[in-house]
Design a binder for this molecule. Structure first.
Ligand SMILES: Cc1cc2nc3c(=O)[nH]c(=O)nc-3n(C[C@H](O)[C@H](O)[C@H](O)COP(=O)(O)OP(=O)(O)OC[C@H]3O[C@@H](n4cnc5c(N)ncnc54)[C@H](O)[C@@H]3O)c2cc1C
Length: 665
């Protein structure tokens, strides 16, 4: 099979507009004859559900939480990008397009990224119209801040709770349609298979998580907005329930999985504290607007800190190493995440880490507090030399900007970050890999679409901060509602899809067999036992830096662990009842397959790019070294076992952006 990305012809800035002008449409009366299943009601699935229902389609929406409001999207803190140029600082559609392609280390599809930059501006208008309370400046205009990898301020935000506010907007729009009967909402339902009839996605098999009942649902098209798979690493910043199951089932039914090894390891997270931890906490990238990242410049100071004999505030300014500012003067603390994470790891590996395990660096707000404090004193006509006053005024400004994040840090670490620098370390945060989709967001299975973080996305090998929300909402509000119509225009005479076909029988039996197998296994070890082991392999051998030897070992170890899992996993309870452990077991079983494909993909990609750092391919300065031969999307076709997956390549052509060295100096 040849991959056809279906990129429209013509100049990049006209592609989307011309395409929309010529696309097939479904008339409003006919939309009422068409059913669409949307699995996932985070920002991507929620916005798609609301919009498709508003257009007139009959939507059936599914999520495994008790409400769409609890999707992982709610955790998003820092903000959402849009090329509005409200700051007049030189932003434009082209610049957002350029920054995103460069930020992704030239491994994303130009046409999609340009479209994303174009519709970014509509997203903000849409959300404001819904009542999303974006931060505003003194004059009442929408405010912006900066995120990594860019030299402008284009990030719209609602304190440190942007995801929550955007999700409430999408959820309200959904609720309107639920009220009208245009969306039928299936909370606490988990999709466990896709049903393919005559080569087209025509339905899903879902388990009612409350009763354990297995249900059949049909539609003319199926959309997956089921989020990312970073929890394959066990410890991550993801919500505990985030998983790969829906995407993996789709993969097994013919959807190619693209760039599975492209994972984002976010530089500013609260460091791991011990072996009994199940969750890591993000400290938003927005903090890098004002926080300066450093470690002690002298090894003896670092050792003294690690042993608890010295405090960071006792280290003199000249004895501190602001390593990002030193290495990347142009972007400083706002280099992209992959670059910042690797730089922190490099310092910690060299012995300069600042906590007991040596795996932490400082994020320090002291300078910002003084800067803001002096400005405030000046504005208020007060004494700028009154140190206590300046510090108090500065803290108030920092509190206004990041108060909830500071409070969260203090609750977890029991240190006051207004007084002493935060300790941070990189953690798994986002997956750029996912289900391969063409320009229409359709997978390699006709009628099966994938949106938001679950698809292989527009972010290439590294996602810039505040771009996930932009992509999820672009897909759901502005892209899919057009492109899906082009496909559904052929289905206006099809009529409802029956659920009593042999294809539904086969898929349902498949799901039931697997659940029975898990329940009747009666092994010795809990699901978490295997998940933790998988996470350790993933982090140690497929993590922030990778090499061929480790990756080969990871492939063998994961395959071995999968065998052990099926031999020895213990799932208490029954399948036909509420059983959280059973749901978790199914998800971990899928992670154990995905993990192997992940390592296989990382092994085959003999280059460093973005979040994928191969030790064999680095510059003399230790920076990632890209290779022209790998300028493609690796899309894997399922062939029975992860080791047998077949590679298909989508060559990436850069016609509007010159592929250059990715420098942030
Ligand atoms: C702590 C944190 C902070 C972040 N901050 C930002 C930020 O400031 N800016 C930014 O741009 N990005 C941020 N991100 C990333 C961003 O939040 C996510 O990438 C984005 O919200 C993903 O949205 P989504 O709709 O694709 O998936 P999700 O929000 O993960 O939603 C997935 C949906 O799929 C459903 N689902 C999954 N599997 C199944 C199944 N088998 N059956 C039924 N339903 C299923 C779930 O119930 C859920 O409704 C942050 C991420 C984290 C972890």
């Amino acid at each position: 099979m040849t991959l056809d990305s279906k990129i429209p012809k013509g100049p990049i800035k006209d592609k989307w507009t011309t395409y929309k002008d010529k696309i097939n449409l479904v008339n409003p009366a006919n939309k009422r004859l068409i059913d669409v299943i949307i699995v996932g009601t985070g920002l991507a699935g929620g916005s798609a559900s609301a919009t498709l229902a508003e257009l007139g389609y009959n939507v059936k929406a599914f999520c495994f939480q008790d409400s769409p409001r609890r999707a992982h999207s709610i955790a998003a803190q820092g903000g959402i990008n849009a090329a509005k140029n409200y700051q007049g600082d030189g932003d434009s559609t082209y610049r957002l397009f350029y920054d995103t392609v460069k930020g992704g280390d030239y491994r994303s599809r130009e046409a999609n990224v340009h479209r994303l930059a174009e519709v970014s501006v509509n997203i903000i208008d849409q959300c404001v119209a819904q009542g999303v309370p974006f931060a505003r400046d003194y004059g009442g205009l929408l405010d912006n801040r900066s995120f990594g990898g860019v030299l402008v301020s284009r990030t719209f935000y609602a304190k440190g709770q942007t995801g929550q506010q955007l999700l409430l907007g999408a959820y309200s729009a959904m609720n309107r349609q639920i009220g009208r009967g245009k969306i039928k909402m299936y909370n606490r339902h988990e999709m466990l298979d896709v049903v393919i009839v005559d080569g087209k996605a025509r339905g899903i098999i879902a388990r009612n998580l409350v009763t354990g009942e297995i249900e059949r649902h049909s539609a003319h098209a199926v959309v997956l907005g089921t989020g990312g798979y970073g929890n394959a690493f066990y410890l991550s910043t993801y919500a505990m329930g985030s998983n790969v199951t829906a995407a993996w089932k789709a993969h097994k039914r013919g959807a190619f999985f693209a760039n599975p090894c492209f994972t984002q390891i976010h530089p500013t997270c609260i460091p791991v504290s011990g072996d009994h931890q199940s969750k890591l906490t993000l400290m938003s990238e927005s903090l890098r607007n004002d926080g300066r990242i450093w470690v002690p410049g002298k090894l003896e100071d670092a050792k003294a800190i690690q042993q608890g004999k010295l405090k960071p505030t006792e280290i003199k300014e000249e004895d501190r190493d602001y390593f990002l500012e030193r290495r990347y003067p142009a972007f400083g603390n706002l280099v992209p995440r992959d670059v910042a994470s690797r730089a922190a790891k490099e310092r910690c590996d060299a012995g300069f880490g600042v906590n007991a395990t040596g795996e932490a660096v400082y994020l320090d707000f002291a300078a910002a507090i003084q800067r803001y404090g002096k400005e405030q004193a000046h504005v208020k006509g007060l004494d700028e030399n009154d140190a206590a006053l300046v510090t108090r005024l500065g803290k108030e400004i920092i509190k206004g900007k990041y108060g909830n994040l500071f409070q969260m840090y203090e609750k977890i670490i029991d240190q006051n970050p207004y007084e002493t620098p935060m300790m941070i370390y990189p953690a798994v945060h986002y997956t750029m890999g996912g289900i391969w989709v063409d320009y229409n967001l359709m997978t390699t299975v006709p009628g099966l679409y994938c949106i938001g973080e679950a698809n292989f996305s527009d972010h290439g090998a590294n996602r810039l901060g505040a771009s996930a929300l932009m992509q999820g909402l672009a897909d759901g509000y502005f892209v899919l509602p057009y492109t899906i119509g082009d496909y559904l225009a052929d289905d206006i005479r099809t009529g409802p899809i029956p659920i009593d076909s042999k294809e539904f029988d086969e898929a349902e039996n498949n799901v039931k067999d697997r659940l029975d197998k898990l329940i009747s296994n009666k092994g010795k070890y809990s699901v978490d036992h295997f998940h933790k082991k998988l996470g350790k392999i993933m982090w140690n051998k497929c993590g922030m830096s990778r090499n061929a030897k480790d990756l080969k070992e990871a492939i063998t170890e994961i395959a071995e662990l999968r065998k052990e899992f099926w031999k020895d996993v213990k799932v208490p309870g029954k399948a036909d009842e509420y059983n959280e452990e059973l749901a978790k077991a199914g998800r971990v079983a899928d992670f154990l397959e995905l993990g192997e494909l992940f390592a296989k993909d990382a092994l085959h990609r003999e280059e460093s790019c973005g979040g994928h750092f191969r030790e064999e391919h680095q510059t003399e300065e230790g920076e990632a070294k890209r290779r022209k031969e790998f300028q493609y999307v690796a899309a894997w076709e399922y062939k029975g076992e992860p080791k047998d997956a077949v590679l298909h390549k989508e060559e990436l052509k850069y016609e509007d952006i010159e592929v250059k060295e990715r420098s942030y100096k």
